[in-house]
Design a binder for this molecule. Structure first.
Ligand code: SF4
Length: 484
């Protein structure tokens, strides 16, 4: 019963207007004529991309690499790309001189993270168009990717979320009432250009001298456990870094097992991008055995343990990622969830986000949980989106995925925490300033009577503003910022 793309009333040629019920056949009042069917949608499902491990031997640097080598975590770590020379060796002539110079200039003038890309991730880049490749754009940024007039927002800062300001002990951020973030180490098997912990994580770059933990790791970890024993209002610990894949499996197990021994800890989440960037790590026997023991102890103690990973583009998901993920379910982990980051030029179209979300869900059984707006760290303007853009993307995602797997797009507002992008309290679109409120005190506001009444600002990238708004920032930036 459909004509010209619209539903019709039964035995009638009058089209039904949107929102009006179908008129029923009066002779057969109980009868319902089925008329719904699949139709063209803004996003096409099923997925079109073939789900296979890309053939690494197509790349000049990996021509002779065997399957056994490729699947070895040791081989992957030993051949992780750390500089332009190694990148050139991997891609050969696919990496043009023009792009190589562009990357080199970025490393010297703008990069907040040093280069560190495992072969597994290199293999998910499209060597035929490296300039436009989404994975290259965030793992190996080029100078010409960045914004020229405003490479950084005037209010961009290192540690833009003030995580260190909220340390209860070194590396343990107590920002929310019932949960904490434990930064157990400052390194990862891969370094992402947009890393929000650029203040702390990774090696120093020509433009950023990194903060170094002052306490020894075993002491820090013991102090974290001790704080949690003394703080029964905390029930949930995100064990992060850095990336937990860089901690020897036995030491990680001891710490996580120690958390499970604390009666108030009910939820533990292990944060690792390496599940995607270096799945080989999680396929090593000693790591598998360790995760299996943790899954077993969690079940015994009635604690939920889950993995949180960080995938920003569907191309990065391969059968090896699915294989490593599957073990966590076998070991009784409650879930594996993805927390991606919205990055312009990488994933800020509805198609990119839906392709990624469906690939996570269908191919890897990973829950598309959050997409964070890229934080206001230095030199991130070209990746960042405005709040209204994030709201439009959230709208475009609704209704395609199951409700439980529809990712929430969130803005991590400094001194507030994650807010769903539609929760903005007030929004000056001309100047790109949004205002947010909160319903709890962070760990440093226990004696601040204004904390729950204050409105906290967040800033859109200036180049996304109307000309009048851009002009306002050009005129006022100097007077707004504290004199240095
Ligand atoms: S894996 Fe996470 S912590 Fe490590 S560099 Fe990437 S974003 Fe930063």
């Amino acid at each position: 019963m459909e004509q010209n793309g619209g539903a019709m009333n039964e035995h009638d040629t009058t089209p039904v207007l949107p929102g009006q019920p179908l008129l029923r056949n009066q002779d057969r009042p109980g009868h319902r004529e089925p008329h719904a069917h699949a139709t063209e949608q803004p996003f096409h499902y099923p997925l079109e991309r073939e789900f296979i491990e890309p053939d690494w031997t197509r790349l000049p640097g990996y021509r002779d690499v065997t399957k056994e080598q490729w699947e070895s975590a040791q081989w992957q770590r030993a051949h992780t790309i750390k500089n332009l020379k190694e990148l050139k060796a991997a891609f050969g002539p696919h990496l043009t001189d023009e792009l190589a110079t562009d990357l080199q200039r970025d490393m010297l003038e703008r990069a907040t993270m040093s280069m560190l890309v495992p072969p597994q991730m290199i293999n998910t880049m499209d060597e035929r168009d490296l300039y436009r490749d989404p994975v290259r754009r965030y793992m190996a940024p080029a100078l010409t990717d960045r914004q020229v007039e405003w490479p950084s927002h005037p209010y961009a800062t290192r540690d833009s979320l003030h995580e260190a300001d909220m340390w209860a002990v070194e590396g343990l951020t107590h920002r929310y009432p019932t949960k904490v973030l434990a930064e157990i180490l400052p390194t990862c098997p891969q370094y992402c250009g947009h890393c929000t912990r650029m203040d702390l994580v990774g090696n120093s770059t020509p433009t950023v001298a990194k903060y170094k933990f002052e306490l020894k790791q075993p002491d820090r970890l013991e102090m974290m456990l001790d704080y949690l024993r003394r703080t029964p209002s905390v029930r949930d610990v995100v064990v992060s870094g850095g990336d937990v894949a860089n901690m020897p499996a036995k030491r990680l197990e001891e710490f996580v097992s120690g958390l499970m021994d604390i009666p108030n800890i009910q939820d533990i989440r292990l944060a690792t991008k390496a599940l995607m960037g270096l799945p080989q790590h999680f396929l090593q026997t000693e790591v598998l055995e360790s995760m299996e023991r943790l899954g077993g102890k969690a079940r015994e103690r009635g604690v939920s343990i889950a993995v949180h990973t960080h995938v920003n583009h569907a191309n990065q998901l391969t059968p090896l990622v699915a294989k490593a993920t599957n073990y966590f379910f076998e070991f009784g982990f409650r879930d594996v969830r993805n927390q991606g980051v919205l990055l312009r030029g990488v994933n800020t179209t509805p198609k990119d986000l839906l392709n990624l979300s469906f690939t996570l869900l269908d191919r890897c059984r990973i829950l598309p949980y959050y997409f964070y707006m890229c934080d206001m760290i230095p030199n991130s303007e070209h990746w960042r989106t405005a709040v209204w853009e994030a709201q439009a993307l959230q709208h475009a995602l609704m209704g395609y995925l199951p409700g439980f797997a529809t990712p929430r797009i969130v803005c991590d507002v400094p001194f507030v925490g994650k807010r769903w992008v539609h929760m903005v309290e007030e929004y000056d679109r001309e100047k790109g300033i949004s205002f947010w409120t909160k319903n709890y005190r962070t760990g440093i506001e226990y004696d601040d009577p204004e904390a729950l009444r204050r409105r906290y600002p967040y800033y859109d990238p200036i180049y996304t503003l109307p000309e009048s708004g851009q002009g306002w920032w050009r005129e006022h930036t100097r007077e707004l910022l504290p004199a240095s």
